[in-house]
Write a protein that binds this ligand. Structure first.
Ligand SMILES: NC(=O)c1ccc[n+]([C@@H]2O[C@H](COP(=O)([O-])OP(=O)(O)OC[C@H]3O[C@@H](n4cnc5c(N)ncnc54)[C@H](OP(=O)(O)O)[C@@H]3O)[C@@H](O)[C@H]2O)c1
Length: 282
């Protein structure tokens, strides 16, 4: 299968950059993850998203190491599990992830969930800075952080995450989160960018999306991923199907018009839609 052109790089505030589209790997098990990651890299993906919690870092690492692309051309994200927050425990958390991945460093380390009731995310992020200074992660960021969590983090540490990875799709648009991230130079990345699992099936069957797709001669998934890309977001769609993987990466050579974007904006469910990260997380 022909590979798609590489995703463009988006600059991060720490001087590094992130490929604007990556492969999600949850809920793939080790063996599926290894195959999916190797296939994706062969198709042109250069950005892979995993997490300690996914239980697939060994498979992801094998896929990354076996893909035949130099390590420095790849961007690997992992996420610290909640049990490793606070008291410099993130050092052991990242060391364990690196051992499972079989890598010397990751490109991006994220706090997976803020877990605000525990009150440990700011101290955890200070430890992240030590890990960045030690070269064990190139960039440091967070996931599922609301503006209030970020305000506490920035005020408490004097540090600003390079990335905030949150649930986003045309129905869950979190304008307030994106505005806060943008004001602070934080790149916003979209998880479940296609609506996630069964949600993806529903979203991609929406007549408004299928209508735009047939007019532009692209797939519904490409319409939704192009919506993320045109908004400056970094989507990480998961697929284990090579043809869908190829389509998902091939979203950099067509445009949604202003009228298309206006129509897609009508799908937004408004504030409060999606997972509430004050209540969820592990
Ligand atoms: N930070 C966090 O807390 C967090 C939370 C959830 C997820 N994530 C990350 O975000 C990634 C993506 O989220 P997600 O997996 O929940 O949802 P998603 O990427 O929005 O949707 C994945 C689903 O869509 C299907 N699919 C993929 N491409 C498609 C296409 N072109 N047309 C039709 N169906 C398609 C996939 O099936 P096939 O595999 O059969 O193609 C799968 O069922 C995860 O894998 C994970 O890495 C992060």
């Amino acid at each position: 299968m022909a590979s798609a052109p590489l995703a463009p790089l988006i600059p991060l505030d720490d001087g590094r950059s992130i490929p604007q589209l990556g492969l999600g790997t949850w809920p793939l098990k080790d063996r599926e993850a290894e195959e999916a990651v190797a296939t994706a890299i062969g198709l042109g993906y250069r950005h892979i998203d995993t997490a300690a919690k996914y239980g697939n870092e060994r498979g992801v690492g094998r896929g990354v190491r076996g893909a035949g692309v130099p390590r420095e051309e790849l961007f690997v994200t992992t996420k610290l599990d909640g049990g490793y927050q606070g008291d410099d425990r993130a050092i052991a958390g990242l060391e364990d992830s690196l051992e499972r991945l079989g890598l010397d460093y990751v490109d991006l380390l994220l706090i997976h969930w803020p877990l605000p009731k525990r009150g440990k995310f700011a101290s955890t992020f200070r430890t992240f800075k030590k890990l960045q200074d030690a070269g064990l992660t190139r960039s440091i960021g967070v996931s599922n952080f609301k503006p209030a969590h970020l305000r506490t983090l920035i005020d408490g540490t004097g540090l600003t995450p390079a990335v905030n990875q949150i649930q986003l799709d045309p129905t869950i648009t979190r304008e307030d989160h994106r505005a806060f991230d943008a004001e602070h130079g934080i790149v916003t990345s979209s998880w479940s960018p296609l609506g996630g699992g069964a949600g993806a099936t529903d979203l991609l069957a929406h007549p408004l999306i299928t209508g735009i797709a047939s007019r532009l001669d692209v797939t519904p998934g490409q319409v939704v991923l192009r919506w993320h890309v045109q908004a400056g977001l970094v989507p990480i769609p998961k697929s284990k199907n090579p043809e869908r993987m190829r389509q998902n990466l091939d979203v950099f050579s067509f445009d949604l018009s202003a009228a298309d974007l206006e129509q897609l904006a009508t799908l937004a469910l408004g504030p409060g839609a999606g997972v509430d990260s004050d209540r969820t997380g592990h």
